[in-house]
Ligand binder design. Sequence first.
Ligand code: SF4
Length: 262
Amino acid sequence: MRKKLPENYIPSIFNYCDRWCERCHFRSRCTLGSDPQLNEIENDMENVDEEKRMEMTIDYVANQFASIHEMIKEMIEKDGGNWEAFMKDLEENPVEIKEPTIGQSAIIELAKSYGYKVFDFFKENDWTNDPAQISSKILVLPEDLELHLKTMKTAFENIQFYAFFIGAKVHRALTGKANKELYDWDDPIQNDDNGSAKIAMIAIEKSTISWLAARKIFSELEDDSLTFLANLQRIKKELEKEFPDWKAFIRPGFDTEPNAQK
Ligand code: SF4
């Protein structure tokens, strides 16, 4: 049974957003963000540990795949096709996925390893999640403390949120570019790999701003932040060479609606 579409929904908006639904201005107009099942899971996740959260996420994704499977079946049958024949054809003629070039694979590795390094950094520096420890480490006037704590919290949240997201989007952009003939995109600008590169660039930009904000407040972060900033700049430079027109891609909603938050 196909899900009911939200009112004023924006088609495909979820493909080129940052997937931070809690903060999204378009949530009620997005088929993914407005999914009641997702809303329910998010509420339930607030009171469980990391392991349980992972289990719930995997269940949710598995359910999503099951409903996509049902939806495709429904569409094929509605058009008079035969589901069993369709599946048999898929099995007998698997789609050949091309690997990205050596250079493109190196960019994907670079972006993914940035995520793992950030993950390790926050694991080793658990004071970053403790406002009391943060307060004891920053030298500011008492009246400025609250603002600095808020800045740090936002910076650390952003850095962690985008850490793996960047690698995932760089991967999608470059594998998409390597397999262009499989997709129905003939526009040199408005295509999935360019759109994926654009959202990766936006996440790199937000992460860069966050590292800069953190290092401004914490002198002890200077060395680590410099390494991460250099990593981000390298990913950006390499991605820019592969997708020189990324800025021109128009993201549904974010680049089309007046006053949209990017
Ligand atoms: S568009 Fe907004 S609500 Fe939809 S998936 Fe992206 S972040 Fe979530």
